[in-house]
Ligand binder design. Structure first.
Ligand code: ADP
Length: 401
């Protein structure tokens, strides 16, 4: 099977991220983003070899229109012939999918059925799959699931304290997300440790707009902070994370909230933006804290970091050995302040940061930022697109054997 280059598609409800990647070398031939889809502001930006061009999308301003512009550009750049498959990021694979999977009608139906567990994500992923089938009808399409890496979790980590029938009949359990990112950084950490991933014990903190911590034992995910949906666990940009369920009843029974008001509150108006009353963006909050002594920005970041430190510390219950901690995602890769604040609360686990290295490791730099006497603490830039390209290529090679 010629797996020259894989077109990686990450389709959201109003955006499509794409990259054309050579899995053998990791080289990105082209990348871009279509945004504001389904509105008249819809546009697509395509980057290739340092050149960046933006195109307005034609009516009906949808995912198909975005992919049509991409196809024309790929044709003009003579890149279509290099594409051997399309790899799709699919958010929810439920219990059924723990591996990259060739997309067939049956797989599409399963992704559609799983939309009840991921109503914001799986339908958008399916739109991307259908649009790519129309645009590239001869090419195989592969689904790489965000939940797949966490399918190795044991029962004790994925069961909620709810009646067993809700798990058995309705699939209500922890699934976890950001699996592709946790898997990528765990592999990179294994390279730093110079041993196979299967011998590595790690805690990985993916801190972006969405945030999750995963504990990796002998190379496999054994617990993670996100749950049946990405709403559980850490405080995030706009999500509240773990919450006393009694608060929801109080909001509805006594404060006049409808269920859809609560949904909006906990997913869009909480977390960093909710506490700070200023922004969901970590950079804005750090500037407000450091330059203006903004009290609520300081509180938001302090609560954010304490919750992460608590989550990391709690995962020592899953391990008997720990090789190190990994920071990734936009905040984990760039905010030395957040890393300091988290790690200073992890002294009992023998973590301490070399502040010089911590300050220097930002903006795409990677490395171990711990002191000599500390357990390792790496900053690793994540690359989910590369994993999707690599796993799609691997699957197609295996199928061709
Ligand atoms: P997503 O989850 O949408 O992929 P990212 O992983 O890109 O998000 O992370 C976005 C977050 O990273 C934002 O809160 C942003 O403020 C933060 N971030 C990016 N650069 C920096 C920086 N230099 N310092 C602090 N935070 C940063």
């Amino acid at each position: 099977m010629n797996t020259n280059a894989i077109l990686v598609i990450n389709c959201g409800s109003s955006s499509v991220k794409f990259s054309l990647i050579k899995p053998a070398s990791g080289e990105t031939l082209l990348s871009g983003l279509a945004e504001c889809l389904l509105s008249t502001d819809a546009k697509v930006t395509i980057k290739q070899q340092g050149d960046k061009k933006t195109y307005k999308l034609p009516d009906p301003f949808d995912h198909q229109a975005a992919l049509s512009v991409l196809v024309v550009q790929l044709q003009q750049l003579n890149l279509v012939k290099d594409i051997s498959a399309i790899g799709h990021r699919v958010v929810h694979g439920g219990e059924k999918y723990s591996q990259p999977t060739l997309i067939t009608t049956e797989v599409e139906q399963a992704i559609s059925q799983l939309a009840k567990l991921a109503p914001l994500h799986n339908p958008a992923n399916l739109i991307g799959i259908k649009a790519c089938q129309a645009a590239f009808d001869c090419l195989p399409q592969v689904a790489v699931f965000d939940t797949a890496f966490h399918q190795s979790m044991p029962e004790k980590a994925y069961m909620y304290g709810l009646p067993y029938s809700l798990y058995k009949e309705h699939g209500i359990r922890r699934y976890g997300f950001h699996g592709t990112s946790h898997y990528f950084v765990a592999n990179q950490a294994a390279k730093q440790l110079n041993k196979p991933l299967a011998q590595c014990n790690l805690i990985s903190a993916h801190l972006g707009n969405g945030c999750s911590v995963t504990v990796i034992k002998n190379g496999e995910s054994v617990d993670t902070s996100m749950g049946m949906t990405p709403g559980e666990g850490l405080i995030m940009g706009t999500r509240c994370g773990d919450l006393d369920t009694g608060i929801i009843f109080h909001l509805v029974d006594n404060l006049g909230y409808s269920i859809s008001d609560v949904d909006k509150l906990v997913n869009k108006e909480s977390g960093l933006v909710g506490i700070s009353d200023l922004s969901n963006d970590c950079r804005t909050l750090e500037n407000a804290m450091l330059e203006d002594n903004h009290v609520q920005a300081t509180l938001a970041l302090t609560v954010f970091c304490y919750r992460i430190a608590k989550s990391i510390a709690s995962y020592s219950a899953s391990l008997t050995q720990l090789d190190g901690l990994v920071f990734t995602g936009g905040i984990g890769e760039n905010s030395s302040w957040v890393r300091t604040e988290i790690v200073k609360q992890l002294g009992l686990l023998n973590f301490s940061l070399d502040e010089e290295k911590n300050q220097a490791t930002r903006f795409g730099a990677s490395g171990n930022i711990a002191t000599k006497n500390s357990r390792a603490c790496w900053v690793i830039a994540t690359n989910e697109e590369f994993v999707i390209a690599e796993q799609s290529a691997q699957l197609l090679t295996n199928l061709a054997k």
